[in-house]
Write a protein that binds this ligand. Structure first.
Ligand SMILES: Nc1ncnc2c1ncn2[C@@H]1O[C@H](COP(=O)(O)OP(=O)(O)OP(=O)(O)O)[C@@H](O)[C@H]1O
Length: 274
């Protein structure tokens, strides 16, 4: 289903380059010695148990957290899909169209007539890309989780980013809406070569799209293709305990490890494996 990274064809420079990067809060080291270049069009999944540093990784890319040592360089054109319900705005006071507009110009409303027309054109195009024009004038608060998440994708891509940062954008969506949202993100990647960094607890909904996994556990990490990282041997080594990775009907099931509860058994949505 995935066309894979387009970096080779585009010959583009990396949109993210970490060199010898270390992130720590006080004595707590989240990762150290991180060398990672993310190419245009690459889809990188960031996985790991609660508190392993996934959101902090995005915050470094957003320029909100400084590295303790090493360097990170990123493209300036960054789009961001936050966790659901992370918006500051009152959901009954803003419309979907307003949310998408914030992606064009933040909260600047003092645009001239020309600016307003251009803004509307960009917003309408982004709304069409996620098929949300028909509910864009309703208050955000009356929309379903899936509808809201489509608007957040539109907000993130309206500024034409080279890099799209996604913080658990599928959380609390049903499988159908998960598929719709991942597909919208992947379409942006395929059509515009936008690199995607996707933080998630559950790899299965995005597995067909993922080029590389960054797996964080307790101050350590592994980077590689899903086939390299999501193995019994690699995860057992990373967790420092017995972890078993099974492939069943194209889905990955991780048994053991601190995050075993994040994995949904195949064919039994909603169940909680041991
Ligand atoms: N600004 C900060 N100051 C101090 N500690 C922080 C700060 N931001 C994050 N941390 C700590 O760093 C660790 C990693 O947090 P982070 O939110 O990145 O984890 P996560 O992998 O996204 O977790 P979850 O899966 O629960 O969302 C946590 O222990 C958190 O308390």
């Amino acid at each position: 289903m995935t066309p894979g990274p387009v970096s080779a064809q585009r010959g583009g420079r990396p949109v993210v380059t970490f060199s010898g990067a270390r992130l720590a809060f006080g004595d707590r080291v989240l990762w150290d010695g991180l060398d990672l270049a993310i190419e245009p069009g690459e889809f990188v999944a960031v996985l790991g148990p609660n508190g392993s540093g996934k959101t902090s990784f995005l915050r470094v890319l957003l320029g909100q957290y400084a590295l303790r040592s090493g360097t990170v360089e990123t493209t300036e054109a960054v789009g961001y899909i936050p966790q659901q319900h992370a918006d500051d705005a009152d959901p009954m006071a803003i419309r979907g169209r307003d949310l998408v507009g914030f992606g064009v110009d933040g909260n600047r409303w003092g645009l001239g007539l020309r600016g307003r027309a251009r803004r509307r054109e960009l917003v309408d195009r982004a709304l069409d890309a996620v098929d949300a024009r028909h509910y864009a004038d309703a208050p955000l608060g009356v929309l379903s989780g899936g509808e809201q998440q489509r608007l957040r994708v539109a907000q993130a891509v309206v500024s034409e980013p080279d890099l799209l940062l996604c913080d658990e954008p599928l959380a609390s969506l049903d499988p159908t809406n998960q598929h719709v949202v991942v597909d919208l993100i992947d379409r942006r990647r395929r059509e515009a070569g936008t690199a995607v960094v996707f933080v998630t607890h559950e790899i299965n909904p995005i597995l067909p799209y993922v080029d590389r996994v960054l797996y964080l556990v307790g101050g350590r990490f592994r980077i590689g293709t899903p086939e390299q990282v999501m193995t019994t041997e690699t995860l057992s080594e990373l967790y420092g305990s017995d972890v078993e990775v099974l492939r069943v009907n194209g889905r990955l099931v991780v048994i053991g490890g601190e995050d075993a509860h994040h994995c949904v058994a195949p064919e039994t949505p909603g169940s909680r494996p041991a």
